[in-house]
Ligand binder design. Structure first.
Ligand code: BES
Ligand code: MN
Ligand code: ZN
Length: 498
């Protein structure tokens, strides 16, 4: 059961709950920490000495620090949870949304096993507190039979006096649910999530939200000439699929947006096989697809006034006697030919088919996301997505991403790279002969399949989609659900501004 969120008013000091959550900010210089705004009644119950008391207990207010204090009757709730918020993004306006989101996530994690908490962080930013609580409380326990992994916090009351609180909570809850859906799909192991079963789950999610669904199976892909998806998928006994989802945008959609997500349900590398170390992470090679499915369903649930068509190619990249080979030439959807020089550069091949198909509907914008290159991790690290595409829209998408707390940075597509993809015999090769700028090379390949003049963005999430380290903020081990919040921000922005 996901955590239940409720709006609440009144004093946290007298709230009938198991725990009260407050924020703590680091002091400047040699000063001790200070309470974040929103904790006045709690501080008053401690005679105004709460910050000092927490400092005595070792609290400093740094991000991800959590100090639990038994209240012994000072508050109605028996436990106080003081969570560090780190340095304010902006000293004047106080803690920013991402600080609230992360500290709410950290609180939700330590509250695992607690039935009922009350949060004051929502007084700073209701939406951020709601999102952070839902995402920090996330666990994936489908495959545990030993009861390990604590029960998430049962209910969080979010204190607020915001005027539009109900609508804000409704949107934040739906967004949180979409991120959790994407995480569930990515965390599901590849023996259970393969193209056919992934397509079935996408269909079920879509139908439940009134989203139109079309699934092309391998026979339909062959009839349609989808050489990229078929080529990559032919080495696996689990046959490829192409899923199309459509949300109409209601009566008067503001614009038409094509979403595309890479759905490699497992990437061994194929005949150009990957080394064994960490190959299990390639269970997350369908993170882009998961995000696109979840976001399209979300757009429908919230009746966003944008027409969204998702095109999601799904395949398993396996080595076998039927696998495609280095040296093969694929005839892609739309007719271009591609010489495969490395079967591990498979994502761009299934995406090229999807891009050409999506562009046939003449969208106003095209956004594609994929765990496309290890080079993204080398260039930007594990938490910052690379955004490439047409200049203006690329910058807009990168800025919107940062606004959601999903970090992203715009990257260039230098013109000289294209020549490195020249093929000896086909229109283009799928890799160059060098390792430089691999993220930009992949995007340059994709650009060949995007119609001139169409605003497009490619979001490489190889690093940010999957988190292997310890938890921080609202990010837990495993699937992160990135970039659902970015895609939703882009759709919302287009709904508002065209
Ligand atoms: N799925 C991988 C990229 C990836 C690597 C995602 C690590 C997440 C973590 C992709 O299909 C791939 O294998 N890319 C190759 C491209 C190369 C052969 C040009 C890579 O990055 O090594
Ligand atoms: Mn690969
Ligand atoms: Zn891959």
């Amino acid at each position: 059961m996901p955590t239940d969120l409720h709006l609440a008013s009144g004093s946290p000091a007298t709230a009938d709950a198991d725990a009260v959550v407050i924020g703590l900010l680091p002091g400047s210089g040699s000063e001790g920490p200070r309470l974040a705004p929103g904790a006045d009644e709690v501080d008053a119950a401690f005679d105004g000495g709460l910050a000092e008391l927490l400092a005595l207990a070792g609290a400093t207010g740094k991000a991800d620090e959590v100090v639990k204090l038994p209240t012994r009757g000072t508050l109605t709730a028996p436990m106080l949870v003081a969570v560090g918020m780190g340095k304010p993004d902006d000293a004047v306006s106080g803690p920013g949304a991402e600080q609230v989101r992360r500290s709410s996530g950290a609180a939700a994690r330590v509250l695992a096993g607690t039935r009922h908490a009350v949060s004051t962080l929502s007084r700073l930013d209701l939406a951020a507190a709601a999102e952070g609580s839902l995402l920090g409380a996330y666990t994936f326990r489908e495959y545990r039979t030993n009861g390990e992994g604590k029960t998430p916090v049962g209910r969080v009351d979010l204190l607020t006096d915001a005027a539009d609180a109900e609508a804000t909570l409704r949107t934040a809850t739906a967004l949180g649910a979409a991120v959790r859906t994407a995480r569930d799909l990515v965390n599901t192991p590849p023996n259970d999530l393969f193209p056919e079963s992934f397509a079935a789950r996408a269909r079920a999610l879509a139908e439940d939200a009134g989203v139109e669904v079309e699934v092309l199976d391998d026979a339909a892909l062959a009839a349609g000439g989808y050489g990229g998806v078929l080529g990559v998928g032919q080495g696996s006994a689990r046959k490829p699929r192409l899923v199309r989802l459509r949300w109409s945008g209601g009566a008067a959609p503001r614009a038409k947006v094509a979403l595309i997500g890479k759905g490699i349900t497992f990437d061994t590398g194929g005949i150009s096989i990957k080394p064994a170390a960490n190959m299990d992470h390639m269970t997350s090679d369908m993170s882009g697809a998961a995000a696109v499915v979840a976001t399209t369903v979300l757009a429908a649930r919230l009746r966003l006034p944008v027409a969204v068509t998702a095109t999601v190619p799904m395949a398993e990249n396996m080595p076998s006697d039927t696998a495609y080979r280095p040296g093969d030439v694929l005839r892609m959807y739309g007719g271009k030919t591609v010489e495969v020089l490395n079967t591990d550069a498979e994502g761009r091949l299934i995406l090229a088919d999807a891009i050409v198909r999506a562009a046939e509907d003449s969208p106003d914008y095209l956004v594609e996301t994929s765990t496309l290159t290890g080079a993204q991790q080398v260039a930007l690290g594990m938490r910052t997505a690379g955004v490439m595409g047409s200049d203006e829209f690329r910058d807009r998408v990168a800025a919107l991403a940062r606004g959601t707390g999903e970090d992203a940075w715009a990257m260039p597509l230098p013109a000289h790279i294209r020549a490195d993809l020249d093929s000896r015999i086909a229109d283009i090769a799928n890799v160059t002969g060098s390792r430089w700028g691999g993220m930009l090379v992949a995007a340059t390949f994709l650009r060949e399949f995007v119609p001139d003049g169409l605003p497009w963005a490619h979001i490489d999430i190889a690093g940010p989609a999957f988190h292997s380290g310890g938890p921080y903020g609202y990010t837990v081990k495993g699937a992160t659900g990135v970039p659902v919040r970015t895609l939703f921000a882009v759709l919302s922005d287009i709904a508002e501004n065209g």
